[in-house]
Design a protein around this ligand. Structure first.
Ligand code: SF4
Ligand code: SF4
Length: 318
């Protein structure tokens, strides 16, 4: 173990990020969003222990890879450093070097070795129609594996599952009207197959990188976060967008924006779904804290279970 930590420390010297720097960053972020109480000095040693004992395996089904891209947009420290050197991410189809049978074999070896201890991240919906044949993810023991096979197998062995993005959480865009592939979110999939592993939903199209990293950090160090009725961590999805929007006073006064380029005025008449949406985008903001949807467009309710059908049309010209 000592040797492994020395190698890790050497890697961190090269990349310029340490576990302590990462945790400091997370703590700073957390302070702004009211979750600082979950991060304390004990977390540092817990995270070091998690590196040795708690791998994270990330798999992808019916996804556009946008959730991974959102995560990769994390800037300080860079997500590449977080994922490769801080969180023990041992499988990710988009960013790992291994491929094909070798990668699949390694995936199952890790799942066996850490049975009941690893966290499984699912990105994208799971198509259950046609015996799962709409989504073939690889080959194992000379047999084709569907996303259905993979989530059934790894879902039972995992200690916890994070359903990252609207599609993994609730079916999302692949499950929109028509849904010929039988696209299903993780919680519904687990109900279908009687799998009991706890699931944390991190919806969004895509989800904010902080929601993903913060939830993984919470799982690794403090266990499951408190969840709302839709399976989302209350620390990120506990407040209503409309109630906290900078335009709410204009809404109360009946002052409505007529076009998306109007700097002033509530955007409800343009299709804003803020009143039905729960997330902290209004204070966390996106693109390294630069802006958020309501600054330039409208909230389209991307974190809610009915998205996208329930919030369409997204934009309604006044
Ligand atoms: S712009 Fe949207 S979130 Fe903001 S006050 Fe109007 S309806 Fe509510
Ligand atoms: S403001 Fe609305 S549409 Fe934009 S990311 Fe947040 S929840 Fe999704």
């Amino acid at each position: 173990m000592k040797d492994k930590l020395m190698v890790l420390d050497e890697q961190q010297k090269q990349t310029g990020v340490s576990r302590r720097a990462f945790l400091k960053t997370i703590t700073g972020t957390a302070a702004g969003i009211g979750i600082s109480q979950v991060f304390n000095p004990v977390l540092i040693s817990a995270m070091e222990k998690a590196l040795e004992t708690h791998p994270v395996l990330w798999i992808q089904g019916q996804s556009c890879t946008g959730c991974s891209v959102s995560l990769l947009n994390s800037v300080d420290p860079s997500i590449a450093d977080i994922l490769l050197k801080v969180i023990s991410l041992q499988f990710h189809p988009t960013i790992m070097a291994a491929e094909g049978g070798v990668a699949m074999e390694n995936l199952f070896k890790i799942a066996e070795a850490y049975n009941g201890k690893f966290s499984l991240v699912v990105e994208g919906a799971i198509p259950v129609a046609a015996d799962g044949k709409f989504c073939i993810v690889g080959e194992f023991n000379h047999q084709e594996m569907t996303m259905v096979d993979l989530v059934k197998d790894l879902g039972k062995k995992a200690g916890s599952v994070l359903a990252v993005g609207a599609c993994a959480a609730y079916g999302g865009i692949p499950a929109a009207e028509g849904n010929v592939t039988g696209a299903t979110g993780v919680m519904d999939f687990f109900k279908l197959y009687g799998i009991q592993t706890p699931v944390v939903n991190i919806p969004g199209c895509p989800p904010h990188p902080d929601w993903i990293v913060g939830s993984i950090a919470h799982l690794l160090t403090k266990g499951l976060p408190e969840l709302d009725d839709d399976g989302r961590p209350v620390i990120f999805y506990g407040n209503n967008i409309h109630d906290n929007c900078p335009h709410v006073e204009e809404y109360d006064a009946g002052e409505m924006a007529m076009t998306l380029s109007d700097a002033k005025g509530c955007r409800m008449d343009l299709g804003c779904k803020g009143p039905d949406t729960y997330a902290d985008c209004y204070k966390r903001k996106w693109n390294s804290g630069m802006n958020w949807c309501v600054d330039n467009a409208v909230c389209i309710g991307c974190v809610e279970p009915g998205f996208p059908d329930a919030s369409s049309p997204f934009y309604e010209p006044a």
